[in-house]
Design a protein around this ligand. Sequence first.
Ligand SMILES: Nc1nc2c(c(=O)[nH]1)N[C@H]1C(S)=C(S)[C@@H](COP(=O)(O)O)O[C@H]1N2
Ligand SMILES: [Mo]
Length: 510
Amino acid sequence: MASASRTPDLLAAGAGVAAAVLGAGAGELTAAVVAPAASPFAVIGGGIIDIAPPWGKDLAISLFGTNDKAALLTGIAILLLAVAAAAGVLERRRPPWGRVILGGLGVVGVIVSMTRADADVLSPAPSFVAAAVAVIVGALLIARLRRPDAAPEAVGPTRRNVLVLSGAAVVVGALAALGSAAVRGGAQAASAVRSALRLPAPAITTAVPATAELGLDGLAPVITPSADFYRIDTALVVPQIDPATWSLRIHGLVEEEVVLTWDDLVALPPRETVATLVCVSNEVGGDLIGTARWLGVPIRDLLARAKPTADADMVLSHSIDGFTASTPLEALTDERDALLAIGMNGEPLPIAHGFPVRMVVPGLYGYVSATKWVTELEVTRYAVAEGYWTSRGWSARGPVKLASRIDVPRAGARVAAGPTVIAGVAWQTHVGVSGVEVQIDDGAWQPATLATAISSDTWVQWSLPWDATSGSHTIRCRATSATGETQTQQRAAPAPDGATGWDELTLTVA
Ligand SMILES: Nc1nc2c(c(=O)[nH]1)N[C@H]1C(S)=C(S)[C@@H](COP(=O)(O)O)O[C@H]1N2
Ligand SMILES: [Mo]
C-alpha cells in the first residue's frame, strides 16, 4: 500500500518540524532571558533585511505596508518549517544529513547573531540553544523511525510513540514561545521608565492655528495622533533603551569630541516644533507620512559645541541597532529646527518611534535624517561614508519632493449627487506649499482653498467644494510650492529618491 510506505517519511517530516518548533521555542525563551535583541527569528530576519536588494524594501513596503515585518517573520517561519520537514525525511533515509541541515541552520543563526550591530557575548546563545535542541530532539525521534518495528510493513507502537512525542514537542515549543513573549514583556524596562518620565516644558513652542484643521471626515488630521503615526524601520526587535544608560557621542571631524548624557540633554532648554515626517518609500497617494509636535533641542547647538572642521559636509547618525543616516551638515546647522527629539505630541517618544532620543529634520526624508534610538553623530564627508540605505542603492541626499494627496472622497467611494467636498493634504517640508489645484475629469484645473499652514515644515490641508453630477468621475490634484514649482505629472517610483506624479482617483456619483 503506497500510503503505508509513505507513513514513516510523513512521520519523519513531522518529527523534523516538531524538533524545529521545540528548538525555536527554546531559542526564543533563551533570548527573552539573556539576549532580548538576539531572538533567532529577529536575528535571521534582521540579516535578511540587511542583505535584501534595494528593490526589496520597496516591494515589501508596497505589498505589506507597515506590516512588512510580520510578513517577513511569517515567511521565515514557513521556510524554516519546510526545511525542517525535509531535514526530517533526510535524517530517516540518510542519517546524519538531517541533523547536519538543522545544525547548519543553527550555525547560520549563530554567525548572523554575532555580526549584528548590537551584538554582545550572549547574542549567539539563543541560536545555539535553538539548534542544539532541534538537532538532539530530531535525532532522537527519527532514530526510532529507523528501527525495524517502524518499517512500513511493520505494525507496532513505535510509530504511534513518535507521533505522540512529536505532538508533545510542538506543544512544549509553542508554550516556550508564548512564555518568552511574557518574559520579554516583563523585562521591557524601557516602557516602565518611559511611563514614569516627566519631560521638561518647552521654552519655545510653535502655535497651531485653529484654522490649520479643516476637521473633515476622512481627511488626515493636521496633527497625527502618535498611535496612528506610520512606523518604518529595520528593527525586528524594537531597541529598549533606559535613558539612564543612554548617551550621545559627537565625534569625527570635530575640534572637540562631545558626550551628552540624558541628564545633560534634559537640562538644556527644549523647544517644541511641529514637523511633517515622510518616508522616501511613500507612493503617490500613500500614507507613509505624518505630522507631530516634536519636543527637543536644536542639533546645531550641540554641533556648535563640537565644532565641525571646515572639510566636513555630512553627519552620519548612528542608531543603537546599527542603522545609519547621512544628513547634510548644512541641514543640521542652518536656521531650521533640526531637533534631537525626546518628545512626540506631548509625551516621551513612543518606544517604536525612537525612545528615548531620535532626530527630526524638516525638509529631508526619514531615511537620511530621522534616526531613531540615536546614540552617535559622526561628523564626516559624503566622500568617505554612506548611510544604511545609500549603500543599498538609495540616493545619498534625500530632500523631500513636492507632493499632494486626495483624502476625500475615497477612491471607489459612492458619493450622492449634489454639493460635496474634495479635500486632501499637500507638502514639501521646509519649502512650503503656495497652492493646490484640482482637476475633475478633463476639465480646467481649479484652485483649491488651503487651510492655514502651521509652518513651511508641515503639510497643509486643502479643500474644494464640488457639485457632484451622477456618473463616473476622475479627480486629480497637483500642488505648487512656495518657490513656484508645480508638481510634475511624470510618474516616478519611490526608488532611489522619492516618488513623483499626480494623485488621482476614480469614483462613482449615484
Ligand atoms: N534606527 C532607525 N531609525 C530610523 C529608521 C530605521 O530603520 N532605524 N528608518 C528611518 C526611516 S526610513 C523613516 S521613514 C523614519 C520613520 O520614522 P517613524 O517610524 O517614527 O515614522 O525613521 C527613520 N529612522
Ligand atoms: Mo523611510
